[in-house]
Design a protein around this ligand. Structure first.
Ligand code: TMP
Length: 214
């Protein structure tokens, strides 16, 4: 058992995850907590390179299973090089996306099968699962509308998928919430970002208390 707390953040594109997590990280640090903020795919040199391969708009010919394997490979390296050492040092690890993204996007929306995608990820993660996962709940329409208004965000290969694909991602996440009710907590991400931040802060604070008492 590690000493730290592993918290992941999930949701469709345009849910405001990245902005909210940055604020949560700032607050934790301001309170003197040991914390790191990282993301998937990426977080370290090798995995950022894999990210560029996966998300490159020119890679239209990429096979679905290749995509799933690359996400799992990036995850493996990220875990052994960054997440596990940080947890062993007692950090609160905030990670923007993790295995649930692979289950919702590759497993469900791409149709590879959630169980199949879990099995390749089981090999990659070797039982390291988040203590808590915060799901940013927003409709695909609203999420995509927000993305289109954000000029600074680069359009990646997965953003270019059809609205139908993004609906499937949303459905995949609903299935995961039903399957893992003790781990995944949902927050309404259609509210203004300041309110979403306060709600997520409450979830994180109560997680810190329950870890302390366990
Ligand atoms: P993001 O950094 O904007 O969240 O972009 C990452 C994209 O990759 C996003 O469209 C979700 C997708 N993704 C998967 O399809 N599977 C995964 O396992 C992960 C981590 C991300």
């Amino acid at each position: 058992m590690h000493k730290g707390i592993f918290i992941t953040f999930e949701g469709p594109e345009g849910a405001g995850k990245t902005t909210v997590i940055a604020e949560i990280y700032k607050r934790l640090v301001a309170e003197g907590k040991k914390a790191i903020l990282t993301r998937e795919p990426g977080g370290i040199r090798i995995s950022e390179k894999i990210r560029n391969i996966i998300l490159d708009n020119e890679h239209q010919e990429m096979d679905g299973r290749t995509e799933a394997l690359l996400y799992a490979a990036a995850r493996r390296q990220h875990l052994v090089e960054k997440i596990i050492p940080a947890l062993e040092e007692g950090n609160i690890v905030l990670c923007d996306r993790f295995v649930d993204s692979s289950l919702a996007y590759q497993g469900y929306a791409r149709g590879l099968g959630m169980d199949e995608v879990m099995s390749i990820n089981a090999f990659a993660i070797d039982n390291t699962m988040p203590d808590r996962t915060v799901y940013f709940d927003i409709t695909p329409e609203e999420g995509l509308r927000r993305i289109s208004k954000n000029d600074e965000r680069e359009q990646n290969r997965l953003d270019n998928e059809t609205l139908q694909f993004h609906h499937k991602v949303h459905e995949g996440y609903q299935l995961l919430i039903e399957k893992f009710p003790d781990r995944i907590v949902s927050t309404d991400a259609s509210q203004p970002l300041s309110e979403v931040t306060e709600n997520v802060w409450k979830i994180i604070s109560s997680q810190l208390i329950s870890n302390k008492n366990s």
